[in-house]
Design a protein around this ligand. Sequence first.
Ligand code: 4AD
Ligand code: MG
Length: 434
Amino acid sequence: MPEHIYIQDVAKHVGEEVMLKGWLADKTDKGRLQFLKVRDGTGLIQATVFERDVPHDVFAAARNVSQESSLEVVGIVREDKRASGGYELAVKDMRILQTALDYPIGPKEHGVEFLMANRHLWIRHARPRAILRIRATVIKAIRDFLDSRGFVNVDTPIFTPNAVEGTGTLFAVDYFGEPAYLAQSGQLYNEANIMALGRVYCFGPTFRAEKSKTRRHLTEFWMVEPEWAYAHLEDLLQFEEQFVSYLVAQVLDQRQEELKVIERDTRKLEAVQAPFPRMHYEDAVKWLNAQPDETVHMIPGDDLGSPQETALSAAYDRPLFVHHYPAAVKAFYMEVEKDRPDLSLSADLLASEGYGEIIGGGERTARLELLEQRIQEHHLPRAAYEWYLDLRRYGSVPHVGFGLGVERTVTWICGIHHLREAAAFPRMLEKMYP
Ligand code: 4AD
Ligand code: MG
């Protein structure tokens, strides 16, 4: 039996007889010659079956094999300048494991509704495969960056007794007769963990009962949340711009082929380098209200909505920080500006090209009295937060942190329209299947 190799490694086996195991992506029938496009998850290669070179039954199988049938092919790897990828397999033998009949996704254009309903099959195709590989690279880059800078990965619970980002988007579950919620963020636990470990991050799935149907909202998404002690807003912004620049650079470095498949304009990504521009919230409001497009006008004091974020983030060739949002539109844990207590020490990072917020973060209040007051103002059940208040009773320090949404980041880096393509099996309002 020849050695089983992966298509990504064929260059190392030129002239050798090898076995590939995969699926039929496409086929061209030229009579005595059958061109099979075989994919195995690592790549795509043309397997050429010449009637003259194979037993009769093998040729018949090659002629009849249908799209997405699973198969093993044995042949000689040849260098071929004309073949896409530069190599082809001259087939000597072939075995079909299972014949796929009436595979629903053909070469013709399908609507996205149809493709999403068949997401379990659609992921086999070039575009989703490319996006999922880019996502994996982003996730690895996130870990590499944080691990190499002394951040300790401490994962936080998913069942939680309290809200972090407002009570409006909590998923309630029955926890042995007691109410519990799926985590909206690991931040509050991170704040406990930094007092033990200095710098930490949690990285996992996050849940929000988002009742709006937008292209930027999932009900389940992945978020990385770094948090560290003895730091202020300025430290946070500098760290974030280095972090995001690194993620983009890693994708550019490792995923050129995939970026080509999805037709990403990579010059736009090459521009993403620290430092990033910054805009005070109040200047952002002025800028927006001076735009000729009235749909981006807003009332000072309000939170930025999608149209505002889109306009701001389309104005620069790299991500933009908007900082010092009104305390009233931000979460209860935010520290405020000393001489402007109405403004929070918060910053969102808006991705370029109109993509909008990919990071939310800021400085947390280190003061017990302010935190107690906020818990009251936000009508949060104090008992559920007693442990969190302890962090201000026992060695409170200035500290910062942020959360970066993986799907938002991947959507922006890939230059795609909708967040649903940045997860293998996205969860949205009205979308749980498959
Ligand atoms: O701005 P958010 O709500 O911030 C927090 O959760 C903080 N506790 C994070 C922290 O400081 N540790 O969410 C952070 C990021 C957003 O910028 C966005 O990228 C992503 O999480 N995000 C979503 N992604 C997809 N679907 C949703 N419904 C999202 N909500 C937030
Ligand atoms: Mg936010």
